[in-house]
Design a protein around this ligand. Structure first.
Ligand code: IPM
Ligand code: MG
Length: 367
């Protein structure tokens, strides 16, 4: 047995509660098969935590996440908590975890599984072979900038958010972008709005400067509005995209839909100890990019594959267990190849199954 790997499990709300146990079960099988000692500690977060403690990110949950080597998160939020004050909404838990754990880089792969090409709303020839990675800055920009808030103003109100980036913040995310690109097709596209926003004019300047350390990677720049268009028009021109927090939020949803189902896509949020691919890297948070889907929660309908694939990303990025991660990915591929589908990716003729059975089928492949 190798050393213990501590994993904080935060299922959260809605379908998060159903899909996360499937990913944990997959990790347990991996642990058994490859002799790794994973240690799980489950805690409440988001709406579930609000109901129990009045706060979306209770101290105990945060402490567990900080003490762990990696965090497996389900999803947070739901209509029940929508009217609450911003400071205690379920979403604050996510932002708090990202900030407190220093997870400034968010890796969002969008891969089209060939057998799911018809699940996309785009034409097959546009999306076939899609395999791209959005590297999103995660702890800065307009999500965290000060001042912020809503204040009284000239007889009405005024809402304020601030887009702010420092050289250091841009430089470190740019490096992640270049490192990721270096391991793929050596093409990096940086997205900004440098024609209008000074903060992203600086973004472009700093990314260009960092490029000097990565002469083997080809760097290009694109404005965010054009990128949104190009992602739909000709997504295959992209390989690795690096961008700001808010642009990354938006573009990664668009990229996700190219693949047909948001229910398939995992993500990794990593920090300073975890420059992509470093063998000793630790501490990351792994979660599906989809939300808590309250409309289908509790019905055994949710697709657990994004969560299972997030567990694979955890093995790869936090624990440098490439073989094990690849085994999970291969198992998912085989189950899809065999025609099994949760409702979100089902087509005529496929074998429709629920959350639990999907998890079980993946495990079967691994065992
Ligand atoms: C995401 C989500 C979050 C974000 C929300 C839930 C706070 O949309 O992870 O993309 O905007 O970052
Ligand atoms: Mg989002």
């Amino acid at each position: 047995m190798t050393k213990k790997m501590k994993i904080a499990v935060l299922p959260g709300d809605g379908i998060g509660k159903e899909i996360t146990p499937q990913a944990v079960a997959v990790l347990e099988i991996i642990g058994k098969k490859y002799e790794h000692a994973f240690e799980f500690e489950t805690h409440i977060v988001g709406g579930a935590a609000i109901d129990e403690t009045g706060h979306p990110l209770p101290d105990e949950t945060l402490r567990s996440a900080m003490a762990a080597d990696a965090v497996l998160l389900g999803a947070v939020g739901g209509p029940k908590w929508e009217g609450l004050d911003y400071a205690i909404r379920p979403e604050r838990a996510l932002l708090g975890l990202r900030e407190k754990l220093g997870l400034f880089a968010n890796l969002r792969p969008a891969i089209l599984y060939p057998m799911l090409a018809d699940a996309s709303t785009l034409k097959r020839e546009v999306i076939e072979g899609i395999d791209l990675m959005v590297v999103r800055e995660l702890t800065g920009g307009i999500y965290f900038g000060q001042p912020r808030g809503v204040e009284t103003f000239e007889g009405g109100e005024r809402g304020i958010n601030t887009l702010v980036y420092t050289t250091a913040e841009i430089e470190r995310i740019a490096r992640i972008g270049f490192e990721v690109a270096r391991k793929r097709s050596k093409k990096l596209m940086s997205i900004d709005k440098a024609n209008v926003l000074e903060a992203t004019e600086l973004w472009r300047k700093v990314v260009t400067k960092v490029h000097k350390d990565y002469p083997d990677v080809a760097l290009s720049h694109m404005y965010v509005d054009n990128c949104a268009m190009q992602l739909i028009r000709n997504p295959k021109q992209f390989d690795v995209i690096v961008t700001t927090n808010m642009f990354g939020d938006i573009l990664s949803d668009a990229a996700a839909m190219l693949t047909g189902s948001i229910g398939m896509l995992p993500s990794a949020s990593i920090g300073k100890e975890c420059i992509a691919g470093r063998p000793d890297c630790l501490k990351g948070m792994y979660e599906p990019i989809h939300g808590s889907a309250p409309d289908i929660a509790g019905q055994d309908k949710a697709n657990p594959l994004a969560s299972i694939l997030s567990a694979a990303m955890m093995l790869k990025y936090s624990f440098a267990l490439e073989t094990e991660a690849a085994a999970i990915e291969a198992a998912v591929f085989k189950v899809l190849e065999a025609g099994y589908r949760t409702p979100d990716i089902a087509e005529a003729g496929s074998k429709q199954i629920g959350t639990e059975e999907m998890g079980r089928r993946v495990i079967e492949q691994l065992a």
